[in-house]
Design a protein around this ligand. Structure first.
Ligand SMILES: [Zn+2]
Length: 240
């Protein structure tokens, strides 16, 4: 056997390896950090309610990590036991966390004790897991009143882009509506407890990446627009 024979074999192996490597997913590259964000950069905050749910949430986290995307998760307190590792992974991988009550109940019209059982209990359980108490609040069904505002103890974040993914769990429809409603400064609502929503979320990300959008956390979205989130204030979007 000659050296050139082995060189050709080596070359052939290299070519086959290159052909077998899947194409890399479009990664986020434009965003230069909060301070360096050009005003022209289109931003969207991807938000997920009602989790964690180990199977679907883990698959979503895998997909977001592959794409370099950070999202915001509004968690239900009663779902935290035995899923602490999923929450820790969110925290470790740069996602932002929020409270979505303990039992997914309406927060309007509650007495202080009942409000605390929903929000403060969730806050302390989340704090026990991640070691800080800096969380947003998203009231279930987007319903809030003055009592919720006064007692929240943190910014209240709703949404502006809602493909109603819980309705029929139809991936094609959710993707189409999410992309159609997409707008710079928007907050997109999805639920990480459905497989269809995970599929739709990742497809929406890929389509909007190709349109030049950058996905960031709620905190990053508002910081990029020069807005400091205030406790007890309600936010729907950061449209220019
Ligand atoms: Zn919800």
């Amino acid at each position: 056997m000659t050296n050139s024979f082995w060189r050709q074999i080596g070359l052939a192996i290299l070519v086959i390896a290159l052909l077998l490597t899947p194409p890399a997913l479009p990664q986020q590259a434009v965003f230069a950090g909060i301070a360096g964000t050009p005003a022209t950069q289109k931003l969207i905050a991807l938000t997920f309610d009602d989790g964690p749910r180990r199977s679907t949430t883990t698959r979503l986290l895998d997909g977001l990590a592959e794409r370099g995307v950070h999202a915001t998760f509004f968690l239900v307190g009663s779902r935290l036991p035995y899923q602490e590792d999923v929450v820790l992974r969110m925290e470790r991988e740069g996602h932002q966390l929020g409270i979505h009550t303990y039992d997914h109940v309406l927060l309007t019209g509650l007495k202080q004790a009942d409000f605390d059982a929903q929000v403060e209990t969730s806050r302390s359980k989340l704090t026990a897991i991640v070691g800080h108490d800096s969380f947003l609040l998203r009231p279930p069904f987007g319903k809030w009143d003055e009592g919720v505002r006064i007692r929240a103890g943190c910014p209240i974040v709703l949404w502006s882009i809602d493909p109603e993914d819980w309705k029929d769990q139809d991936v094609e429809r959710i993707v189409a509506q999410g992309v159609t409603q997409a707008r710079d400064g928007g907050i997109l609502l999805l639920h990480d407890i459905f497989d269809s929503s995970v599929d739709a979320a990742l497809r929406i990300v890929d389509i909007l990446h190709a349109q030049g959008y950058y996905f960031c956390t709620i905190e990053q979205l508002f910081a990029a627009r020069g807005i400091t989130l205030q406790p007890g204030e309600v936010y729907w979007n950061a449209y220019p």
